[in-house]
Design a protein around this ligand. Structure first.
Ligand SMILES: Nc1ncnc2c1ncn2[C@@H]1O[C@H](COP(=O)(O)OP(=O)(O)OP(=O)(O)O)[C@@H](O)[C@H]1O
Ligand code: SF4
Ligand SMILES: [Mg+2]
Length: 312
């Protein structure tokens, strides 16, 4: 049984289309995947592909319109369980830390809310966690502004770890950091995976980061999973035309998907109301033909590499 199993979740938002017009915008389309223990699954896709929306459904900040999410085979229902077992780290550590509270207080809050630890046990846990992320316990009395960006992200990680979660959802957790600090944090994430058996859903723009850190990778386009599998297979031998395009777009290590794909970043004409299911990529795909506009390609392949394309 998988640690986390996401089964066909879909999500739409209402958006205004001008004077009194309201449109349903599909942001996630029957997204399915599994995350195993001590595994890092990277999620890649250009801006607006639905990565953060997916993260919000998994930590139950929002409810999907349809589909289900299972943790150890049980449907995710209780926010309290999720709060303890799945934690999220956001891109900007400043946004997740309260500038007016000392670090100690911010690390203690989840322990008070969720646990039954005594004050001294809480103190020990906080000390342990700060040391885990390479900070010293005596820094706990400081306020967030007294730390560098990299240190603040370490504190955000310490806060996410404090309840010993099984899964961390990291939404662009290292994207805003300098390369050297990024490397430190990536090493920390790998250590935590090995030492604590923790699993990560790691949302990233940077393919070189995915290469270093992830066991598996999932490619999202317009809210649809187009390819998923082991990093060495998907990045070494991409099968979907979109994955190939993404990798062609990355001229060298460290390049970001955000800046290199200079095409229009809006997804053109995916869901004309007159049509049924179609391939979401067909309007940008060099291989598209009639069938691609008539039905939706199913996900085919094996656990090591699956792809949704009629021409593979
Ligand atoms: N609360 C909301 N209401 C309406 N539209 C939304 C809402 N949240 C997200 N969207 C839209 O859903 C789409 C997907 O957004 P999302 O933030 O999940 O993308 P993303 O892949 O995380 O992009 P980025 O790489 O820029 O962070 C976007 O078009 C966005 O405008
Ligand atoms: S199904 Fe058709 S349009 Fe979609 S990616 Fe494959 S070839 Fe291109
Ligand atoms: Mg995002």
């Amino acid at each position: 049984m998988s640690l986390l199993s996401v089964h066909k979740i879909s999500k739409s938002y209402k958006e205004s289309t001008g004077f009194l017009g309201i449109n349903e915008k599909k942001v996630l389309r029957e997204v399915s995947f599994q995350l195993e223990s001590a595994q890092i699954l990277a999620v890649v896709g250009e801006s607006g592909s639905g990565k953060s929306t997916l993260a919000r459904q998994i930590v139950m900040l929002e409810q999907p319109d349809s589909g289900e999410i299972f943790l150890h085979g049980e449907p995710l229902q209780s926010e309290a369980t999720v709060h303890q077992k799945i934690r999220m780290i956001f891109q900007n550590p400043a946004a997740s830390l309260n500038p007016h509270k000392r670090i100690y207080q911010q690390l203690e809050e989840p322990l008070i809310n969720c646990g039954d630890l005594s004050q001294s046990e809480r103190g020990n846990r906080i000390r342990e966690n700060l040391e885990h992320v390479g900070l010293s316990a005596d820094q706990a009395s400081r306020y967030p502004h007294m730390f560098s960006g990299g240190q603040r992200q370490r504190i955000a990680i310490a806060r996410a770890l404090i309840l010993k979660p099984e899964i961390i959802v990291a939404d662009e957790a290292v994207s805003a950091l300098d390369v050297s600090i990024q490397a430190q944090i990536l090493n920390l994430i790998l250590d935590l995976k090995d030492e604590m058996g923790m699993s990560w859903l790691f949302i990233a723009h940077d393919i070189s980061v995915v290469n270093v850190i992830a066991d598996r990778v999932m490619v999202l386009y317009a809210g649809k999973v187009l390819e998923i599998g082991c990093v060495k297979d998907v990045l070494g031998n991409p099968l979907h035309p979109y994955t190939r395009k993404l990798l062609q777009c990355v001229p060298k290590m460290g390049a970001s998907l955000k800046i290199v794909c200079n095409e229009k970043l809006s997804y053109p004409d995916i869901d004309p109301p007159s049509m049924g299911s179609v391939c979401v990529y067909r309007n940008r795909c060099p291989l598209a033909d009639k069938i691609c506009g008539e039905s939706e390609p199913p996900m085919m392949g094996s656990a090591s590499q699956s792809v949704a394309c009629f021409k593979v």
